[in-house]
Ligand binder design. Structure first.
Ligand code: HEC
Length: 157
């Protein structure tokens, strides 16, 4: 009796159809899990400024860049920032300046080195925007930095 009821609940089209909104939930859960998997691929490396030149592998240097810079990218386009944001921009600018200088130690040619140098300029612009508490320059520097990351990945990764 109970088993028959369970089977009816599963197989009756009238019972299956109302379940379809749940597939949206399942798809969302899958997407979230996939997001966690991708986040898990890049190790968290919150490397202090003075430790950056000691990194021995390009993948580790990139993981550090991602840990340091990625949380800032969601601030692109804001009209204003908090004092804490500006402090973070100075810190991130200085550290990405250091990582970009170190990228050249893993050179893949002149075009690669130029993109590393471009990342350095973006980082310096971000640090100076942070010091000046300039929201327009900060947002622009973050946007350009993100573009530089993507441009290099599409060519050399
Ligand atoms: C000059 C070129 C260049 C720039 C600029 C660059 N990347 Fe990369 N990135 C690479 C290359 C090449 C790889 C592949 C490295 C490998 O697997 O050895 C890579 C890999 C990565 C990875 C994967 C690391 C891993 O654990 O396998 C992440 C994350 C990453 N980059 C983040 C960033 C971020 C964030 C920025 C900008 C702040 C950035 N990269 C800028 C060239 C670049």
């Amino acid at each position: 009796m109970v088993a028959g009821l369970a089977a009816a609940e599963v197989y009756e089209p009238s019972n299956v159809l109302p379940l379809s909104p749940l597939f949206g939930g399942a798809a969302l859960k899958r997407a979230l899990m996939l997001g966690l998997l991708f986040a898990g691929c890049v190790p968290h490396r919150d490397v202090p400024l003075e430790e950056i030149p000691k990194i021995t592998k390009l993948a580790d240097l990139m993981a550090a860049q991602s840990t340091i810079a990625d949380p800032q990218f969601k601030k692109i386009g804001q009209a204003s920032y908090t004092d804490a944001d500006f402090v973070a921009f100075v810190d991130v600018g200085k550290r990405i300046s250091a990582t970009s200088a170190h990228i050249k130690d893993f050179s893949k040619g002149p075009g690669f080195d130029e993109l590393a140098a471009q990342l350095g300029r973006n980082a310096d612009a971000l640090a100076s925007a942070g010091t000046a508490h300039d929201p327009v320059q900060a947002s622009a520097a973050l946007k350009e930095m993100k573009t530089t990351c993507k441009t290099c990945h599409s060519k050399y990764r």
